[in-house]
Design a protein around this ligand. Structure first.
Ligand code: ARG
Length: 586
């Protein structure tokens, strides 16, 4: 029988926690233990900053490090415990490190495989485009970031409800109905619904200025739509909504984005009244200029409107109804809204309303915001806020097509004989866009630079995918595969892990997977994982540069193949969470 697999990171954290417990008793439980790679590798495999313990131990950080060192004995996994100034540094036995990391990855043990359920329910509201209004670049960001968070939370043992809160209700539908009546063309709609609806909506906005009667018609159309009657307006609304929903499926499929619930704003049409009554009953509403609102005099921010003076409801009303519904239905512990920064005030207002209601989850209702997408303005020679040919609107398919065409060109240049070129160009092109979005902190603006994002070098999706493809190619040459190597490890005396002693840097980087996922969760920040994937890819490229995998010595070859299989597997797992595929060749 093989010994049990340990996660060296978690194991060491346990040793530190025990030592802190011995020194401080229960007080130790609240102290952070953040093991990290020392800046200089000579200092050790992992280092523990001891600043947070000095105060509790009534001493300085260096002394705290020594006190902890005295209580942690080297063992079969940990070879060295050494205080260095305010840090406590550790080293692992290379063989034990290799065995635990490689086996952990291939046998899908935590943290490398799906984590055990933690019983927490999380709602993630993302993508949420507006039907019949243009999909814009902010929606692309929301879609990509939200999909990554949905996978990240699911992988780490949460019960996740990914919701597309479609903008399929509201006064703009009055305008869309009028536009359809005036200029709608059945054939054009069937052919390219997104573009046709965009065109007539733009036309409406233009003509409204000269024909004020359109405005009245639009208001009337929305009133009739909101009446709940099965009238002509409702029929048009339903038709345009259904066809738009259908049209979104294409790009969603290409981006490999899935939702658990497609409940848009219209879903709350009949649920708002009850929620408004609850808020009134709770005594937190006031009437201001004929509108029903919740005011926030202390915070000095504008009131949250529940019902306008003309009796109609708004976006915020539906979001509150959605919160009530999601609490009852999904019993969420946390609710994330992946929406651009321009809606900061709106989400602040929602959270404050919940606070006034005394909801315990109020502080876990979080706006996961993000920056803009920037384009290079050739004339002015600088990056600026996105305007594509059609204004701020984009047609998602168009953007994806452009990326795929770019990759196809590169493949034709570099590797024209590659089998299955089309499929690979699709996988790499779409991934490049996702990766470009997820590689920097989400609050940062994203530069939309085709050359950079499609490059096979640098911090790009193709670069990481290429590392995976290289590993697959080595396994293929050896007549092996990830499952075959997993088998091989399980068999008695399968691999001599001592032979991977020269792979410590790549193993240590792969071992950061668990703590990285935790940090990404804490900050709702997929870029933390993206960056680890770039570093793992780069460590793999350097290992392959300096070492020959398929050599004379069969034992060494087998050990290195196990490492190669583990590398392939962890890249696949990490990229999968980000929403990026791992082609076998490219
Ligand atoms: N449809 C909105 C927009 O495009 C985003 C919706 C975000 N989700 C929410 N629950 N408010 O601006």
């Amino acid at each position: 029988m093989n010994p049990q697999v340990l996660d060296p990171n978690a194991y060491l954290e346990g040793l530190v926690r025990n030592a802190l417990g011995e020194l401080l008793g229960e007080e130790a439980a609240v102290l952070p233990v953040s093991l990290d790679r020392p800046r200089q590798p000579e200092h050790g495999d992992l280092g523990l900053p001891c600043f947070p313990y000095a105060k509790a131990l009534k001493t300085n950080p260096a002394q705290a490090a020594s006190m902890l060192a005295e209580r942690i004995r080297p063992d079969t996994l940990v070879s060295e415990v050494r205080p260095t100034g305010p840090f406590l540094n550790f080293r692992f036995h290379p063989k034990a490190l290799a065995e635990n990391v490689v086996r952990g990855i291939l046998e899908e043990k935590e943290p490398y495989g799906p984590w055990a359920s933690n019983g927490l329910s999380v709602v993630i509201d993302f993508s949420s485009p507006n039907i019949a209004k243009p999909f814009h670049l902010g929606h692309l960001r929301s879609t990509v970031i939200g999909a990554a968070l949905r996978r990240l939370y699911r992988f780490t043992g949460h019960e996740v409800h990914g919701i597309n809160h479609l903008g399929d209700w509201g006064s703009q539908f009055g305008k869309i109905i009028v536009a359809w009546r005036e200029w709608g063309d059945e054939k054009a709609l069937q052919k390219d619904p997104m573009r046709h609806l965009f065109d007539i909506y733009v036309r409406y906005q233009r003509e409204e200025k000269e024909r004020p009667e359109l405005k009245e018609q639009a208001a009337e159309a929305f009133r009739r739509l909101e009446s709940g009657e099965e009238n002509e307006e409702r029929a048009i609304w339903k038709k345009l909504r259904d066809i738009s929903l259908q049209a979104f499926q294409g790009p969603y499929k290409r981006l490999r984005v899935e939702f658990d619930h497609m409940t848009g704003e219209s879903f709350y049409e009949d649920k708002m009244e009850a929620v408004i009554q609850e808020l009134e009953k709770a005594g937190i509403t006031t009437v201001s200029e004929g509108a029903l609102v919740v005011e926030f005099p202390e915070q000095k921010i504008p009131p949250c409107i529940l019902r306008k003076s003309d009796g109609t409801t708004i976006y915020a009303t539906r979001d509150l109804a959605a919160l009530f519904y999601r609490r009852e239905t999904y019993h969420f512990d946390k609710a994330l809204y992946v929406v651009g920064s321009e809606q900061k005030l709106h989400f602040r207002q929602l959270a404050l309303v919940l606070e006034k209601l005394g909801w315990p989850q109020a502080k876990n209702v979080q706006h996961v915001d993000f920056g803009l997408i920037l384009f290079f303005n050739q004339e002015k020679g600088r990056w600026e806020k996105g305007k594509t040919r059609s204004g701020n609107a984009i047609f998602l398919d168009e953007v994806l097509d452009e990326a795929v065409a770019g990759v196809k060109k590169i493949i034709e240049e570099k590797n024209p004989d590659l089998p299955d070129k089309e499929a690979i160009a699709e996988a790499v092109g779409v991934s490049a866009i996702i990766f470009n979005d997820l590689k920097n902190g989400r609050i940062k603006d994203v530069k939309f630079d085709w050359n950079e994002m499609l490059s096979f070098e640098g911090e790009t999706g193709p670069y990481v995918q290429y590392a995976g493809a290289r590993l697959s190619s080595i396994l293929r040459k050896a007549g092996s595969s990830v499952p075959a190597m997993t088998q091989s490890i399980a068999s008695e005396g399968g691999i001599d892990f001592e032979l991977l002693s020269d792979a410590t840097p790549v193993l240590l980087t792969m071992m950061e997977f668990g703590p990285t996922l935790k940090r990404a969760l804490e900050k709702n920040e997929p870029s933390i994982l993206t960056n680890l994937m770039i570093r793992i890819a780069s460590e793999i490229h350097s290992f392959l540069r300096d070492h020959r995998v398929l050599g004379e010595d069969p034992d060494l070859t087998r050990a290195r193949l196990a490492l190669v299989a583990a590398g392939r597997k962890i890249l696949e797992t990490g990229l999968e969470i980000l929403g990026v595929t791992s082609p076998e060749r490219m």
